[in-house]
Write a protein that binds this ligand. Sequence first.
Ligand code: RP5
Length: 155
Amino acid sequence: MIMGSQSDWETMRHAVAVLEALDVAHEVRIVSAHRTPDRLAEYARTAAARGLSVIIAGAGGAAHLPGMCAAWTILPVLGVPVESHALKGMDSLLSIVQMPGGVPVGTLAIGKAGAINAALMAASILALNDNTGLSSRLSAWRQAQTDAVANSPSR
Ligand code: RP5
């Protein structure tokens, strides 16, 4: 998982929490498309050779991180638009989702929901070629979520 700034952690920590709950091996790095472009190129270009399978990239504002990451690798890249102060994350969303045909980024929702779903989507992808029981852990996670929904609201 990469994020553009320390300030993205408050959003992206929700993705990390899901990966931890599902016991998915992961690493977390700050990589900025604008402030550390060489770090991004190095990270994305070597990701597959280092054994990574999926990259979650969270960024806000002029959120070029997921798209530029996808330009350097054929690994699946899942983009999380971090909610910005100025434009409430619409800038992030549009920056991430409007990729040109040929360089895909799987774009999730703005903010916490997107971070959680990016982790779940990554786990679903990994579960396709997994022999550690990840599919079962994903099913159990979903079931626990279902079981936690009350039949009626507390008043
Ligand atoms: C982006 O700029 C980051 O992903 C972050 O969401 C946004 C603001 O960064 P900071 O100014 O808080 O470091 O690159």
